[in-house]
Design a protein around this ligand. Sequence first.
Ligand code: NAD
Length: 371
Amino acid sequence: MIARNPRELDARKILLADSKWRIEVDKRMPTKSNASMKMDDLIVITGAGGFIAGALTRYFHDKGFTRIRAIDKKPLPEWYQRVPCVESLCMDLSERDNCVRACEGAREVYNLAADMGGMGFIERFRVECLRSILITANLIEAAYRAGVERYFFSSSACAYNTELQKDPKAKALKESDAYPAMAERGYGWEKLMSEMFCQEYWAERGMKTFIARFHNVYGPFGTWDGGREKAPAAICRKVIEAKDSGKHEIVIWGDGTATRSFMYIDDCVQGIDMIMHCDALIATPINLGSSALISINRLVSLVEEIAGITLERKYDLEAPRGVAGRNSDNTMIKRVLNWEPGTALEEGLGTTYAWIEQQYAARKAGKHMPN
Ligand code: NAD
C-alpha cells in the first residue's frame, strides 16, 4: 500500500506546537555534513513513523534539506511526528518491491525500520525481531541497485557479547567486544547479521555503508506505553500514573541494581549525521551512546525528583530484565569524531517526562495518541 501524506498543513501545526520539546541541538557542536550533498538531493529515512527516524526526519528538514522521503509500515495517523513538506509513505519494507520504490532516486538511505521494543518485547517476540532481517536484505540490495551513495544502518548494543554484561559494574563495551559473538537472542543476532550485510556490500560491491550501535535512546515522541517502551519512558509513565491515581507505589522490573547508559534523542540524530558523513567510518560499527552509567534505582529517583514525589518501590523479580550491566565505551567516537553524546540525563529526562505527562493527560481526556 502506498499512501501520501494528505494533511501537511495539520502536520505543520503539530510541528510548531511541539517545538518546545526540543533541546537546541544546532547551538551546540556544529554538525559535519557531506560537502558534496546538495539541499535538494533525496534522503530516504525508514522507520520514520517511529521514535528515532521521526526525529531524524525533522532534523534533516530543519537543516534545510528539501527532498526527504520518510517511510514506515504504520498508517500515517499513527506516526509520532509528521514533518511538513516531507514525502511520507506507508509501506512494508520487508517486501522487495516496496524497497525498490523506496530507494528510487535516493542519494542517501537511513535504515532505522525494525520491529523492536524494550526488554519486555525483545525477550518475548524473537521471531518478529529476527524477521527485520528481511528489511535489511531487501533494502540494502535496492539501495545498491539504485546507486545510493551512502547507506546507514541502526544497530544496537544488543549485538554485543552478553557474557561480558553479567555484572552491573561491567566494563564499558568497546566495538571489538561484539566478537566472539554471543549476542542477545533474536534481536541482537539480527543486528549482527545486518551489520555484516553492510560490511560485505562495501567490501564486495563498493557501496559506502555506515553502522552505529545505539545504546538506549530516550526522549519525546517515542513509545511510552503498550509493551514496547523502554525503561526511561516506562518509569516516567509509571510515576505519572502513581501521581494521578494517588496510589503512591511503583513496580520496578528486576531488583533495580541493573545498570545502563541513556542517550538523549537530539544527541542520537546529530551522531547519526556525523557518522554517516565520516569516510573513516565506512563499514565500521561504532558505539553511539552515552557513557554515563546509572542504575535503574537511581533512574527512578531522578524521575521522582522531576515529579516531586517519592514512591514505595516494589520489585518484580520475574519480569524481563536483560543483562546486568551495559555501558558504551566512547573512546572510538571521541577519537574519530572528536565528539560524544553530551546531554545530561537530568535535562533530557525533564523534557521527556513533561512530554509523556502531556500525552498521558491528552489520552485521559479521550484524545487518540500514538504510543
Ligand atoms: P521504533 O519502534 O519507534 O521505530 C521503528 C519503526 O520501524 C516503527 O515505527 C515500525 O513501524 C517501523 N517498521 C518496523 N517494521 C517495518 C517494516 N517492515 N517496514 C517499514 N517500517 C517498519 O524504534 P526506534 O527506537 O525509533 O528504533 C529505531 C532503530 O534504532 C531500530 O532499528 C532499533 O532497533 C534501533 N535501536 C534503537 C534503540 C533505542 O533505544 N530506541 C537502541 C538500539 C537500537
